[in-house]
Design a protein around this ligand. Sequence first.
Ligand code: MF3
Ligand code: CO
Ligand code: CO
Length: 272
Amino acid sequence: MDYLLNYDEMAPKFKKLGMPIPKRELIKTASQIEGIRQVGIINNKILDLVANNIKVGMSTEEIDNLVYNATKEYGAIPACLGFEGFPKSCCTSINDQVCHGIPSSKVFLKAGDIINVDCTTILNGYYADASRMFQMGLINEEADKLIRVTKEALELALKVLKPYCRLGDIGYAIEHHVKQNGFSVVHEIGGHGVGLDFHEEPYVAHFGKRDTGLVLFPGMVFTIEPMINTGTRKVFLDASNNWTIYTMDGGLSAQVEHTVVITEDGFEILAN
Ligand code: MF3
Ligand code: CO
Ligand code: CO
């Protein structure tokens, strides 16, 4: 299907119904989607490498070195490095760090920690963005449940993805499942369009009401990346580095992220 032709045919119908529709420039061509898929494959291989090497006693800078070196070997660019002044090639967020943890030679992984590693890679001008959770040795029951519920929330969000679903359907699916399990959804940071740039429109909230918000068209590429807390959803920014977000109450936080494309009959994961 030519997604742009489809957009030109379908967008006026939704507009007539008074529904919010994406700008035409948010619809990717088949060759752009192929470019994002290719960089998504590399981004996944980099995360696989992290998965195969991450262990207790390692510093988060060692993780960053793995990411940087692997990215270069693929002839690609780590999108995080130098992005708005970010100093490293990936984000490593441990325990009460919600996101944007900065890899450091002074931070060592210890048994019982949970950590998110978030990688974004650029190849031929295309971007793919994904993150995974890792557990260090044995973790307690609460941490284990948090990781499980966070992954389930993302899976449930994927289930609603099809042409002309609404952004609010995604947020609802995530928030409903998380609340049912006694956890909370971070509101301040969301998913985002991605592919030709690191962060594009639309903003993808991880909470919301069904049948509300932007109508999603085939050819749209974006991330879903829920951040889930065991305690309060409230967070604060580390003023010492202006990057890292922490839970306000010191509770645990987990996150997983996929880059997806809406297709003619559903969706495809381009990076995970
Ligand atoms: N990868 C993050 C996201 O999911 C963004 C990290 S920006 C950085 O959007 F500069 F901190 F790397
Ligand atoms: Co992202
Ligand atoms: Co990311």
